[in-house]
Ligand binder design. Structure first.
Ligand code: NAD
Ligand code: GLY
Length: 344
């Protein structure tokens, strides 16, 4: 088992190892949680893992309740959040009790937001079951729901008390969902971990890869918990990616869109002499190896207005994550004239 300390305002551990879902009760006891637990999950994950987690918790003396959302991004909204809050109140959870997210990033983001606001904050544990949630969304405390106007527009920074990443559930992930997670894994390699990219070109141990990504995220969050500087590096490929997601009406999943976004910004940097061709070659090799797309279904010019509407823009200036070489990206705020020239 690997352990990574996240030195955020509220410090906590991320544990990574096979079998952690089965031992989650003892792990939660180990950080002095007790009382009532509300497990929040979705209707794909519940039949696969809810019983294992419930039994582990009950065997350790917790009183266990569960709430199941319909799967998918469409559930990450205020209606589902309010249903969860009302059910949590109905079950009598108090400030000393705990919300547990068992699922992917949708469940984690919504459950985390509920934990942040229920009785002004209760304990919160993340049990990620997708690769994407294990390497990214379960760590770092960004919680949110979507608004009609856009993704993640209402939320809070609220760190969990514990994250348990068990790679066993990745075995039941549909191939496309695994690939979505790989896009975020590849992202960590390009922003700060050249060795990870070498590992990804061979066969690898999931536990090791997840741990490398979580270590990167923990380091970044420790330096910039509230996303004012270094944390923006995690948005590599996301400016173009979010525009592709939005233009497709969210039919193109996040990981695929990010993969296209990483390729597009890297191609632009190579063309403008900001980054060597070798970086692009490695990226194309990895995206192909992990079944990720590299071509945008839309011309760049049709994505520009979506990019300005992204919540990361200020006016029409956007802070871009520009690859400079493999394993090294820099943040650069560009005016609309500058970024349209770069991407055209
Ligand atoms: P998801 O939660 O929708 O899960 C993807 C699909 O896989 C769902 O249908 C789910 O039911 C299913 N699933 C989950 N675990 C499974 C398993 N083990 N076996 C079989 N099926 C399983 O999506 P995701 O890709 O995990 O997360 C995407 C969400 O995360 C987006 O809402 C995104 O905005 C958010 N996100 C948040 C952060 C953050 O820092 N908070 C970072 C990245 C992404
Ligand atoms: N996934 C981006 C972040 O946590 O900042």
């Amino acid at each position: 088992m690997k352990r990574i300390d996240v030195r955020a305002g509220k410090p906590y551990q991320v544990k990574i190892g096979r079998g952690l879902l089965r031992s989650c009760g003892a792990e939660m006891q180990g950080i002095n949680l007790y009382g009532k637990i509300m497990i929040v999950t979705d209707d794909n994950v519940a039949p696969l893992y809810l019983q294992t987690v419930s039994e582990s918790l009950k065997n350790c003396g917790f009183s266990v309740y569960s709430h199941t959302l319909p799967h998918g991004e469409n559930s990450k909204n205020f209606d589902e959040l309010v249903k969860l809050l009302n059910f949590t109140a109905h079950c009598g959870l108090t400030r000393s009790d705990t919300l547990v997210a068992l699922g992917g990033g949708v469940v984690g983001d919504l459950c985390g937001f509920a934990a942040a606001i229920y009785m002004r904050g209760v304990h919160f544990v993340q049990l990620p079951t997708t690769l994407l949630a294990a390497v990214d969304s379960s760590v770092g405390g960004k919680t949110a729901v979507d608004l009609t106007a856009g993704k993640n527009l209402a939320g809070a920074f609220y760190q969990p008390d514990l994250v348990l990443c068990d790679p066993e559930p990745f075995a039941t992930l549909p191939g496309e969902e695994y690939a979505n997670g790989m896009a975020e894994v590849i992202k960590y390699g390009f922003i700060r971990d050249k060795e990870l990219l070498e590992l990804l070109q061979q066969s690898f141990e999931e536990e090791e890869v997840v741990a490398r990504c979580v270590q990167s995220k923990a380091d970044i969050v420790a330096n910039d918990e509230f996303d004012r500087g270094e944390r923006m590096l995690l948005n590599f490929g996301h400016t173009v990616g979010h525009a592709i997601e939005a233009k497709s009406g969210y039919a193109i999943p996040h990981g695929q869109a990010v993969a296209i976004g990483m390729v597009k910004i890297t191609q632009a940097c190579v063309k403008n002499g900001l980054c060597p061709q070798e970086t692009l070659d490695i990226m194309l090799k990895l995206t192909e190896r992990y079944g990720l797309p590299t071509e945008s279904p839309y011309p760049m010019s049709e994505l520009f207005d979506y990019m300005v509407n992204d919540k990361k823009s200020s006016g029409d200036a956007i802070t871009f994550v520009l690859p400079r070489e493999t394993g090294n990206c820099e943040l650069k705020k560009l005016t609309r004239t500058e970024w349209t020239a770069l991407l055209s």
